[in-house]
Ligand binder design. Sequence first.
Ligand code: ADP
Ligand code: TRP
Length: 332
Amino acid sequence: MSKQVSLTGIKPTGVPHIGNYFGAIQPALKLAQRYEARYFIADYHALNSMKNPQELRRMIYEVAATWLACGLDPDKVLFYRQSALPETFELSTALMAFTPKGLMNRAHAYKAMVQANTESNRDPDDRVNMGLYTYPVLMAADILLFDADVVPVGKDQVQHLEMTIDIAQSINNHYNRDCFVIPAPLTSEETKTITGLDGRKMSKSYGNTIPMFLPPKQLRKLIMKIITNSQTVEEKKDPDTCNVFTLYRLFADEEKQEELAARYRNGGMGWGDAKQLLFEAMDEMLAPMRDVYQSYIEDTKKLDDILAAGAEKARPIARETVRRIREATGLY
Ligand code: ADP
Ligand code: TRP
């Protein structure tokens, strides 16, 4: 039996941080061991919010280099840019014909924008572009084009997946045939929310991230900024309520975690020491990946070649889906 397909898209809208790594990149790469994986850079989705060409280009390279540095093997995982496959946009147009406007009115990114506008007495559609409004249709096209069985995503994306399923089912029902594979979202309960420098969810929107591949000096400086309480060196401390320790857990083995937990509980350890240990554990794990990342970032031609080769391999699959939909609809 052929393997099921796992597909996901990554928007190049910011420098990847360790929340992205533990919450999205690492789990997706684990899935790639069991599934036929198709992972792409959702650059057209990024265009909705990123209008500076140099910046967008840089982010595409950052995200591509990050996935490769984290272990994505382009010989095993289909790895491409959304914008390299015009079939995405052809399919998207076809899906539009089956997408009720009301469905888009309910999409939460759009609704959040309208609500923010209303609350600040602006026109409800202020700064809402059609890319944002129709975002779920383009996402459905990404997914349906490549026959995805499972789509690993964060919980915030589940609504988009439900819309994809709605649209795909209505087309399959209408033409009474399996034009599309019906995908399922894959959210993992065990994927933890990684906390940022201030103890809230690590997120670009909160400006509390630890980027994955900072040079060691800057990484150390950032770690020293993690917010802790005002306990003195002598005081006994609770590892389980401490940001520094929560992050340490992700990078140190159990023995080391136990060692540091004991130092917390015994007292006599200052926050500076705990942060230094966190830095060392992080650097140990990230350094080898950082070298690979750096080698790609310094050779964007190589990144372009890898992504172009991926698009080349992706195209026959995309063409076949478009052929199916053209045939079903009468657009022969
Ligand atoms: P951000 O919140 O920084 O803008 P994105 O929304 O671009 O991040 O998220 C990209 C992927 O990384 C998503 O799959 C999301 O679930 C995951 N992710 C982002 N931040 C975290 C976090 N703090 N903990 C776990 N996963 C995260
Ligand atoms: N909307 C997703 C996000 O914001 C990115 C994305 C675009 C995506 N197309 C996709 C995810 C297709 C999964 C499948 O994170």
